[in-house]
Write a protein that binds this ligand. Structure first.
Ligand SMILES: NC(=O)c1ccc[n+]([C@@H]2O[C@H](COP(=O)([O-])OP(=O)(O)OC[C@H]3O[C@@H](n4cnc5c(N)ncnc54)[C@H](OP(=O)(O)O)[C@@H]3O)[C@@H](O)[C@H]2O)c1
Length: 247
């Protein structure tokens, strides 16, 4: 049976690209959203298509009301009603110590992790409500537990995103819609290409499972929550970090 369409925000690279590929491999037609990297997004689509999946790339700033509305209209027209929403896109994540922190630093993160999820959820909700089925997966972060210095704006927004997910899980459960959060630890992606080997080694030393995570670890967790096997799981906070935040 055909699986419902999945919209993955920020899927031109990093974790989103692997999540998109995995959902496509599991049979979902996938909307690969991006903001600027058209070539990278089209490359993701080409790989998915070459592997037998269905995908299309969609340019949209997911923090913008009008662009989100147009994005969801386009995906619905091309791929069908949206049944799976993966809230993954992020802007830059600079370290900013508290004495240098200005409101725009905070607002930038809130735009990605609160404003954008609200806009997207409201845009796809009619489809999920009509189907009596839906899967919403937030890509959170274990920084909410690790609290690294210099990241207060990012952590505050990620904590707010966690709050959204919990309340939405309660509100939308009766409609057959699950809402969960996958919370990665440090998973090196393209933007970490210049990470110092010492920083990687120091982080890895604190991972009980003894290795850095890879994007496919995150994609597998998302795939489980989206699958029928994950259908009785909602409101969950699932760290994907090799046990780094076991307490
Ligand atoms: N990687 C990690 O270590 C890690 C750890 C914990 C949590 N996370 C979380 O995982 C998620 C993905 O992180 P990542 O490391 O994979 O990020 P990334 O490699 O920097 O990728 C970010 C993606 O978001 C897109 N994007 C940026 N601005 C956008 C906008 N306004 N509208 C739509 N798309 C936009 C980018 O597209 P363009 O290239 O077109 O701009 C890109 O596809 C984030 O929510 C992040 O907080 C990551």
């Amino acid at each position: 049976m055909a699986r419902p369409a999945a919209l993955v925000t920020g899927a031109s690279r990093g974790l989103g690209a692997r999540i998109a590929a995995r959902l496509a491999a599991d049979g979902h037609p996938v909307a690969v959203n991006y903001a600027r990297s058209a070539d990278a997004a089209h490359h993701v689509v080409q790989r998915i298509t070459a592997e037998g999946g269905a995908a299309r790339a969609y340019r949209a700033d997911v923090t913008d009301d009008a662009q989100v509305a147009a994005l969801v209209d386009d995906v619905r027209r091309d791929l069908g009603p949206v049944g799976v929403l993966v809230l993954n896109a992020t802007g830059p994540q600079p370290k900013v110590p508290v004495d240098a922190l200005d409101w725009p630093d905070v607002a930038q993160h809130l735009d990605f992790f609160v404003r954008s999820p609200v806009l997207l959820l409201r845009a796809v909700l009619p489809d999920m409500r009509r189907a009596g089925w839906g899967r919403v997966v937030h890509i959170g972060s274990d920084v909410v537990q690790r609290l690294p210095p210099g990241s207060s704006a990012y952590v505050a927004a990620k904590a707010a995103q966690r709050g959204l997910a919990g309340v939405w899980a309660k509100e939308l459960g009766p409609l057959g819609i699950t809402v969960n959060t996958v919370a990665p630890g440090w998973i090196p992606v393209e933007r970490h290409a210049d990470a110092a080997p010492e920083a990687l080694a120091e982080y890895e030393a604190g991972v009980p499972l003894g290795r850095m995570g890879v994007p496919d670890d995150v994609a597998a967790a998302v795939a489980y929550l989206v699958s029928d096997a994950g259908g009785f799981v909602t409101g969950a906070w699932l760290p994907v970090n090799g046990g780094s935040t076991i307490s």
